[in-house]
Design a protein around this ligand. Structure first.
Ligand code: 0PR
Length: 365
């Protein structure tokens, strides 16, 4: 540290110079994050110093967390779902598998997970000492449910399905997984970190949530398509009681037990998440999602006109192509199979897509 602090103006000119090194979202086509909605930014600033790790000191903020859980539970067709605001999909996946492991005592526990799952499951299995059994995908990059039965055994503590896969934007056959979960009496966790804020707002929603009787828990991230500030995730469970198996005693806090993974937890991003849901409502979210889906279709059509075939027709707003090179100045990502991947987030507007297509055709002219 400096012996003597530096003047505020110097400090902020240093910070600005660092901030200018960051890329602007305009040309970022690879991210599942997006600039927060203006009401999210405003709410975040209002709740900057709140700490949900000691909720008795911030009862208003804690009530907003309850409201977030109720709103998202209702969206997932279970208004009384248990839940809390996590720091995102990674924490939600770790906590869901932790609950599953506690609920079923197995000698050498394993989890059955699609090959498309997010790398947070690798972290979760490592931390929790779980064997990860990988289910292959079908030709459209969805979990091949025909291969699940053979992988489940008496040591299987959880089955996982993904709604909106990170790489290809596919929705696994959760209805079928729900049947298998009931048949084999296994906990079913649905990772809807991305798709949880997309699929409910589609013209024809694909069933994936608590309406399916075998679904035990759902993860959904307001900091992705929910346009909240980072870090805003949410883990929901069919039974609110399940969280008690994670409780530790917290004698000197305002609550005497806590089940969360983080201790000190931001209230700001939770207020921001609630703000977006309240401000937009179902209609507003449907409009945002319709725009992102329409832009994905336009991008796919435009790329195919240029001769770059889609890898698959996605269920949500993630488009992938047989194409190796993006024009200079654009950030896209590449899947493990070598496909170009573009996430049509709200900041990826129609204008951005048209400009990308122009640059794409120039690059390859
Ligand atoms: N589950 C799914 C299906 C995900 O896609 C992700 C993240 C997670 C869980 C984990 O969520 P957190 O990162 O909130 O813990 N998916 C993106 C990815 O890894 C996250 C991301 C966002 C990456 C923006 C890059 C980026 O610029 O691709």
């Amino acid at each position: 540290m400096r012996d003597v602090g530096c003047p505020e103006e110097d400090l902020f000119s240093f910070l600005s110079s660092k901030r200018r090194e960051d890329l602007g979202y305009r040309n970022i086509l690879s991210s599942m994050c997006t600039p927060p909605h203006p009401v999210a930014a405003r709410a975040h600033a209002m709740f900057l110093e709140t700490n949900l790790g000691d909720p008795g000191l911030f009862p208003g903020t804690a009530a907003l967390e309850d409201l977030l859980v109720r709103r998202l539970g209702t969206l997932m067709h279970l208004p009384d779902a248990g839940g809390y605001a996590t720091s995102g999909g990674t924490e939600s996946n770790i906590q869901a598998l932790r609950i599953a492991k506690r609920l079923k005592q197995a000698e050498s526990p394993n989890v059955v997970i699609p090959a498309s799952s997010h790398f947070s499951f690798t972290k979760a299995c490592d931390i929790l000492g779980l064997e990860m059994r990988t289910v292959p995908l079908d030709a459209e990059f969805r979990m091949d449910t025909g291969a699940v039965d053979a992988l489940v055994d008496e040591n299987t503590v959880a089955l996982v399905g993904v709604v909106g896969t990170t790489e290809y934007g596919m929705v696994d056959p959760i209805s079928r997984l729900s049947e298998i979960a009931l048949d084999r009496n296994v906990f079913l966790h649905v990772d809807a970190a991305f798709g949880g804020m997309v699929v409910p707002f589609l013209d024809r929603p694909i069933p994936f949530d608590f309406r399916l009787p075998g679904v035990s828990s759902v993860s959904v991230d307001p900091h992705k398509m929910g346009m909240s500030t980072i870090p805003a995730g949410c883990l929901l469970t069919r039974s609110p009681e399940w969280f008690s198996c994670l409780n530790v005693d917290t004698p000197y806090l305002t609550v005497k037990r806590e089940c969360t993974l983080a201790g000190t937890r931001p209230g700001a991003s939770v207020a921001a998440a609630v703000a977006v849901l309240e401000y937009l409502g179902m209609d507003g979210m449907r409009a945002v999602v319709a725009g992102c889906m329409e832009n994905s279709r336009r991008l796919i059509e435009g790329m195919e006109t240029l001769g770059y075939q889609r890898a698959v027709t996605p269920d949500v707003n993630v488009a992938t192509f047989s194409c190796e090179r993006a024009p200079a100045g654009w950030r896209v990502s590449t899947t493990r199979n070598g496909h170009m991947r573009i996430v049509c987030m709200p900041h990826v507007t129609r204008d951005v897509i048209e400009q990308f297509l122009v640059d794409m055709s120039d690059t390859n002219a």
